[in-house]
Design a protein around this ligand. Structure first.
Ligand code: EPZ
Length: 427
């Protein structure tokens, strides 16, 4: 298993290109199942999760073609997907267990083929992550759902019929699954208490271009008029706001200055507000924004994660890394996932002072972290350890970097380009 070695203590300076959002690319790829025509996705990031989704769709009969780099100046790749001959409606356990987002093929498959057999994704390091809300909503659209031998077996031989879906709690994947199912359902579907993440807006914009009528993008109520057939489109994936926020923290934690291009500050406004309160300077540019912290301490800022537009749970580990070197204390509360503090013991091994009480962690800043061998446990915990290693005195070695490769494209290359002393040790 590859390792990453960082010699910390160097402020980062330079320009860094942000690519397309992993958490938009995955549902957009699943949306290819809704039409016989070709869906072309631009600005796609080169990530392990995108390859896993391409592999899964390929197994189901989708023709997936990688067509080089995006022509419109974005950093991402072009992927063409055509599901004309996708008749295999099974998503097998060995692929779904690798990536929970595989469950996003369920809604489109039931809507287009009237049946689907998708392995239950199972939990992961950050929590049990059930899909009960997805299944309850699909039933409301007329699907018959059974669980057999660890698989969801969904049938809708007469197709799906629009309904009023009310999610009892906000679910990003559940909203995406139902939005795609409703695209081919008869009549109108109203989704109340829908998730409002920008990735859902990106999916909705792509579905509208494919011929679906959708109102309420960006709000918690989506109104969808289903269609019998959808057309293919070319869609550019929106920039990855979590990659954006992560590198913004890298500038702040190392006391440097980074210009992030191919992204937009508005995508991370709550993160930007916390970084500014913590002492960073942020200045918008033509193609993104510049974030610096060249003088003055990091100030402690309390953070609570919430569904969008609140502070994103996917940035919790990264902002905690920054708070470990604050001149003061910060309380960080995780309200979305049950077990998303796996980075805490590893940060403490680097000299951080963090106490966890239930869903909150009290971080008391220290003047300097020390490099150490640390273990990656999940995607965002891994990158918080990279951030801590960039700031720490001495050498940090991060094991199990496959977690990192799921969501960060060429991270060591991008950081070396900004002056970091970081290398991947292939084993
Ligand atoms: C998406 O996961 C993202 N993944 C996650 O990013 C992100 O952390 C999460 O949304 C919240 O923003 C992708 O988009 C591929 P949820 P998802 O359904 O859809 C509970 C990353 O690091 N829940 O909004 O799985 C669930 O257990 C990943 O990029 C149910 O109880 O998240 C969680 O506590 C990690 N029943 C909460 O809701 C359900 O049927 C939010 O989950 C569904 C969810």
């Amino acid at each position: 298993m590859d390792r990453i070695r960082i010699r910390g203590g160097k402020p980062l300076f330079g320009t860094l290109a942000i690519t397309g959002a992993k958490n938009a690319a995955l549902p957009l790829m699943a949306a290819s199942l809704l039409t016989e025509e070709t869906l072309e996705l631009n600005n796609l990031p080169q990530l392990a999760d995108v390859s896993t989704m391409a592999h899964l769709l390929g197994e189901m009969g989708v023709r997936v073609t990688l067509n080089g780099n995006s022509p419109d100046g974005c950093g991402g790749r072009v992927l063409e997907l055509n599901a004309r001959s996708a008749t295999n409606t099974t998503a097998p356990y060995d692929l779904v267990r690798k990536m929970r987002a595989s469950v996003l093929v369920l809604g489109p498959m039931v809507a287009r083929h009237g049946r689907a057999r998708v392995s239950l994704p199972g939990g992961c390091a950050i929590g049990p992550r059930p899909v009960d809300l997805h299944l309850g909503a699909l039933k409301k659209l007329g699907a018959n759902i059974e669980i057999n031998e660890g698989y969801v077996e969904a049938e809708a031989p007469n197709g799906l019929t629009g309904a009023h879906i009310v999610f009892p709690s906000v679910t990003v994947g559940g909203t995406e699954n139902i939005l795609m199912a409703a695209a081919l359902a008869r009549g109108e579907t109203v989704i109340s208490n829908a998730a409002r993440e920008p990735e859902i807006g990106d999916l909705a914009k792509c579905l509208i271009a494919m011929g679906v009528e959708i109102e309420g993008i960006g709000t918690d109520t989506l109104r969808v008029q289903g269609r019998e057939r959808l057309n293919g489109v070319r869609h550019t994936v929106l920039p990855d706001r979590i990659e954006t926020g992560t590198y913004a923290v890298a500038a702040a934690i190392t006391g440097g200055s980074l210009e992030l291009t191919g992204t937009r500050l508005e995508l991370i406004d709550t993160v930007g507000a916390v970084l500014t309160a913590a002492g960073a300077e942020i200045e918008e540019t033509e193609t993104g924004f510049k974030v610096s912290r060249r003088n003055g301490p990091v100030c402690g800022v309390d953070v609570m994660t919430e569904p969008y537009p609140g502070f994103p749970t996917d940035m919790q580990a990264q902002i905690m890394a920054l708070m470990t070197v604050a001149d003061g204390a910060a309380m960080i509360t995780e309200t979305v996932f049950e077990n998303r503090f796996m980075h805490v013991p590893e940060l403490c091994r680097m000299g951080a002072k963090i106490n966890v009480h239930g869903t909150s962690a009290i971080v008391r800043g220290v003047p300097q972290l020390s490099g150490a061998p640390v273990m990656a446990t999940d995607l965002r915990a891994s990158v918080s350890l990279v951030l801590a290693g960039l700031a720490a005195n001495g050498v940090t070695e991060l094991n199990r970097v496959y977690h990192l490769d799921r969501g960060y494209e060429r991270i060591e290359e991008k950081l070396v380009g900004c002056g970091a002393d970081i290398e991947r040790i292939k084993e």
